[in-house]
Design a protein around this ligand. Structure first.
Ligand code: ADP
Ligand code: MG
Length: 703
């Protein structure tokens, strides 16, 4: 176990960090790299050559033999291909080489990555380009170089490129408007993200015995155990010793990679946990989250666990999400979402707050889409995760600030209030500007917004691309309306603009309980959308408003949007297709086998009993047999329907939206129908007859 004293030394020891660059690069080269990182300027080849040489030396010292361009294709996962540094000298010896060109650009054979039709077959090449703003690192003997991935024609084929573009767009708009507001010296505005990550741990042997977990990441059948999460005894509960060892190991691995993980605790559902890092620049935070998910699985394997990142691995208990804490901060260190002591007088704060409110209301369908997936759709709208309706929680004090703004009255807020905790020995703590609301999908939490809808398994890039771009657009609108107005008039005009925007978008503000049926009705009255599933939301991705937004800020071309539309739909349909086939197999083979074996033994038992005890009633045995028999009949019917519908769905390949809808409305429904008798039957069978572990075994066996 890493000693606390060693932590400061070991933190980031596998990262080609700014400190290492400063130490090892010639001054002018270091400065040139920084200029590229900060301003996105082009990197000259001689600079790249020098950086590559130093990087290679450092990597070899740290045990690396290979390098890889690490990228994030539209599968939502990461991709890598490793090349060694060796260069044969013709005399049977090798030297280690790594050039600037190899650092800056790669050409992976890209034909097998999803492109949504962007990469014509005659030009299957893809390019990876070094992203110097996210540090390279060493893992498993390779130097990992974070890269963007694009096609021959320059179209983005990944999640990093549009994220970087959206950060740029937001920065440009923010700098422009801050200039008007008289906030000086700002050259760049950064998006910051801290993503809290939820996950489940189960025994690895159990995991391997379940086809559904292996193939789809979630359980497709499984009777509920007698105990679920109703006792509320897991959240923040004592962490079990072995789990604690896992968490410790995980922390260490992540720290070495320079990932600032800070918080860990048990979550609401049994065997569910959470990990949270300290926030970082969006681009780095997204890379680090991808890496975190990978390391979580790897370390779990070492501890004989399987780490489940699916959004809904188990029916009947909470699923897992990834809270995306988001803020904007100037390069001079000003957090633009920090209300400060006097939010009523803090103009930049008000501008950004109103811009976020307008952005979330106007582009709600895009935000909803940014978190849509076959997995996450099981979560949103259940009484555990935010509803599929997008609304914003701002809390009491900010509501007052906004009210004053809207009415043009003075806000006489109390600023931060001291909280009396009753007992004198407790230190005074200042009350946050916001109280807590756990049911809101988008909550203001003191000096940042927490977007709670993203699913646990997906990259948070999409959510932040949409958020950054939509806020950039609202800032741009505000700028257009106030630019040209001078002096004292400016503030008056700005107040007027903000007031009008608030009036137009305040319907999205909601401080109440988002889990209630009343809210669903109220939201409908307010005209807020309730897009329950991915197919419901999908058309908005290529709507006029979406195309206009993304093309205006150069985030996506129309072609890039369309390609992503196709990929999302295809992924969705494929996921459900695989689930349907897996469920079919598990029910028909594994469960049926268990039922038959148990029925056989029971029947034998009844016959024998009647021989020994003529006239015996065998009431319990007979009632079990009857239940199993009727469940079998229902299962057989449901299996047949599922088979027919899955085959029908497969044939709709040329109509992707219709196909996705069919999977959602028909195939998923079939699976639910099949699950009912399957779970009923499973609940009757002793565990020894089943070839896979039950919910009770999986969820309550961690030590
Ligand atoms: P809470 O307890 O309200 O959830 P925490 O302080 O625990 O708040 O923070 C939760 C997450 O939000 C952490 O990952 C944290 O680093 C992140 N966070 C804090 N401030 C910011 C910020 N300015 N921008 C982005 N994320 C932030
Ligand atoms: Mg939180």
């Amino acid at each position: 176990m890493m000693e606390a004293a060693k932590l400061t030394e070991e933190f980031g020891c596998l990262v080609f960090s700014d400190r290492i660059m400063k130490e090892r690069l010639p001054k002018d080269i270091y400065r040139a790299v920084h200029k590229t990182i900060e301003r996105g300027t082009h990197l000259e080849l001689d600079v790249a050559n020098c950086v590559a040489a130093v990087m290679k030396e450092w990597a070899i010292e740290n045990g690396a033999t290979h390098f890889t361009h690490w990228f994030q294709p539209m599968t939502g996962l990461t991709a890598e291909k490793h090349d060694s540094f060796i260069s044969p000298q013709g005399d049977g010896t090798v030297i280690m080489e790594f050039s600037g060109k190899e650092l800056v650009k790669g050409e992976p054979d890209a034909s097998s990555f999803p492109s949504g039709g962007l990469r014509a077959t005659f030009e299957a090449r893809g390019y990876t380009a070094w992203d110097p703003s996210s540090p390279a690192f060493i893992k498993d003997g390779s130097l990992y170089i974070p890269t963007a991935f694009c096609s021959y024609g320059g179209e983005a084929l990944d999640k990093k490129t549009p994220l970087l573009r959206s950060m740029e767009a937001l920065s440009n708009e923010a700098v422009r408007i801050l200039g008007l507001l008289g906030v000086s010296g700002v050259n760049r505005v950064n998006t910051t993200i801290g993503s809290e990550q939820e996950y489940f741990l189960i025994n690895k042997d159990y995991y391997k015995q379940r086809k559904d977990l292996l193939f789809t990441g979630r359980t497709l059948i499984g009777a509920s155990p007698s105990k679920g999460q109703e006792m509320e005894d897991h959240y923040f509960g004592v962490i079990k010793p072995k789990v604690s060892m896992y968490m410790h190991d995980l922390d260490e691995e992540l720290w070495k990679l320079g990932i600032p993980v800070k918080t860990k605790h048990n979550e609401v559902a049994p065997s569910q946990h959470e990990l949270a890092p300290v926030f970082e620049t969006a681009n780095v935070a997204v890379d680090h989250n991808q890496l975190t998910m990978e390391v979580m699985k790897k370390v779990a394997d070492k501890h004989n666990y399987a780490c489940l990142l699916h959004e809904k691995p188990f029916e009947g208990i909470n699923g897992s999400g990834k809270h995306n804490n988001w803020s904007v901060c100037t390069d001079t260190g000003l957090n633009l979402l920090d209300p400060g002591k006097h939010p009523g007088e803090n103009l930049p704060f008000q501008v950004f707050l109103v811009a976020v409110i307008a952005a979330v209301d106007e582009y709600a369908p895009l935000l909803r889409l940014s978190v849509a997936s076959a997995g996450n759709d099981h979560r949103l709208g259940g009484n555990e995760a935010p509803p599929a309706i997008i609304s914003i929680f701002v809390g009491d004090e900010l509501s007052e600030v906004l009210k004053a703004l809207e009415e043009g009255s003075a806000y006489e807020g109390q600023g931060k209030v001291q909280m009396g905790m009753g007992a004198k020995v407790l230190p005074h703590i200042t009350k946050d500007n916001t109280d807590r609301n756990r049911t809101s999908p988008f909550a203001f939490t003191g000096n940042k917004f927490e977007f709670r809808m993203p699913g646990s398994s997906v990259s948070v890039a999409n959510a932040n691309i949409v958020l950054n771009t939509a806020v950039a657009e609202e800032l741009s609108k505000i700028y257009e309306m106030i630019s040209g107005v001078q002096g004292e008039e400016l503030e008056k005009k700005l107040q007027e603009v903000l007031r009008e925007m608030l009036k137009a978008h305040k319907r999205v503000l909601f401080n109440g309980n988002g889990y209630t049926e009343e809210w669903v009705q109220e939201a409908e009255k307010r005209g807020l959308l309730n897009l329950k599933s991915l197919p419901d939301a999908m058309p908005y991705w290529i709507s006029e408003s979406s195309v206009k937004l993304f093309t205006k800020h150069s985030i996506f071309t129309e072609e890039e949007l369309k390609s992503r539309y196709e990929i999302l739909l295809e992924n969705y349909s494929k996921s459900i297709h695989i689930e349907a086939l897996t469920m079919h197999e598990m029910v028909r083979k594994d469960l049926t086998d268990g039922i038959i074996a148990y029925e056989k033994d029971l029947t034998k038992e009844v016959i024998q009993k009647k021989e020994v005890l003529p006239g015996a009633e065998c009431a319990l045995e007979t009632s079990v047999l009857k239940t199993l028999d009727s469940a079998s009949k229902e299962m057989s019917d449901a299996l047949e329907k599922l088979t027919l519908d899955t085959a029908a769905a497969e044939k709709m390949e040329d109509r992707p939206l219709e196909q996705a809808r069919f999977y959602q409305e028909t195939v998923l429904k079939d699976m639910e129908e099949l699950r009912k008798p399957a779970d009923k039957a499973e609940a009757m069978i002793p565990e020894k007859y089943l070839s896979y572990p039950t919910y009770g075994q999986m969820l309550f066996s961690l030590r």
